[in-house]
Design a protein around this ligand. Structure first.
Ligand SMILES: [Fe+2]
Length: 294
């Protein structure tokens, strides 16, 4: 149905100044604009926002999936209408977004579907980074917390054209589902929770492990700590490094995400030792905090 991938996320932060310092000075993102109480920042690979900050609280306000153009948006709208799914106008309009819609998922997440004014087809290493910006490449994926993982994934598949790539199953129940809209292993993942949190993490794409190492050093040098990594996940095979922003929202720096080139590839079911699947390099458990969300 033409969803292209994750465009940006908007999160709540407990202190806007602390958060701005973290995303701008520690992770290196560039301030883009403030619109309707949302401070937008971008990685710099294009002129658009990758994350928006809303002062007060914690967790996720919304996540936005991009579509190619207004006719793709019309297809999404028709599909939702034909299935009787309520939707409305955009609730937050990031800089450069020309059209879109929003809907509330059964998992209680606000999802926006957005059209950008224009966008480069990919971020090019030799043209990336305006002077003075030293950030990850781009936003990559979001991992949502939901009480009903299968229900959340089924909704995305049945109504919005997602495919399920991998599932981690525990005692016959879906504990994780990794969902894609194109070739990349996952754009939106669902992690099970029994709390009322709705965000496990969102991830920025880096160039590789050397870049992740460099960011880990910089984060540490600037008085923060990483939470878990660097390691390699089973599902997705991506390299991960997790950290928490000053509010506690979890940010991942990732690289080497797998691609799934056959759209009809059936979901792969993972079972067994969670630690072996979480980090295939070593069964090194994350801190207890890793299971928390915001
Ligand atoms: Fe992730």
């Amino acid at each position: 149905m033409g969803l292209l991938g994750l465009d940006h996320v908007i999160i709540r932060v407990s202190d806007a100044s602390d958060a701005l310092r973290y995303y701008r000075d520690v992770l290196g993102l560039a301030e883009i604009a403030e619109e309707d109480g949302v401070q937008y920042l971008g990685c710099g690979g294009d002129e658009y926002a990758d994350v928006g900050l809303v002062n007060g609280g914690q967790g996720i306000v919304s996540f936005a999936m991009a579509v190619h153009d207004t006719s793709s948006l019309d297809e999404v709208r028709s599909q939702l209408d034909s299935r009787g799914i309520a939707h409305g106008p955009l609730e937050q309009i990031a800089p450069g977004i020309t059209d879109g819609l929003s809907l509330r998922l059964p998992s209680d997440h606000l999802m926006q579907v957005v059209v950008r004014r224009d966008k480069p087809p990919y971020v090019h290493d030799a043209t990336w980074l305006p002077e003075g910006v030293d950030a990850p490449f781009d936003i990559d994926h979001v991992t949502l917390h939901a009480n009903d993982v299968k229900g959340a994934a089924d909704f995305l598949v049945e109504n919005l054209g997602f495919r399920v790539t991998d599932v981690f199953e525990v005692e016959g129940r879906w504990a994780f589902a990794f969902c894609r809209v194109g070739d990349w292993h996952h754009d939106v993942a669902i992690a099970g929770t029994e709390t009322d949190t709705r965000l496990h993490h969102f991830a920025f794409l880096t160039k590789g492990i050397a870049d992740q190492e460099r960011f880990a050093d910089r984060v540490t040098r600037m008085g923060h700590k990483s939470e878990y990594g660097i390691g390699r996940h089973g599902p997705g095979s991506n390299l991960f490094l997790y950290m928490r922003d000053p509010t506690g929202n979890r940010v991942e720096l990732t690289s080497e995400m797998a691609r799934v080139t056959d759209p009809d590839e059936p979901p792969r079911i993972w079972r067994g030792d969670f630690l072996e699947i979480l980090n295939v390099w070593m069964p090194l458990p994350p801190p207890d905090s890793f299971m928390e969300g915001t």
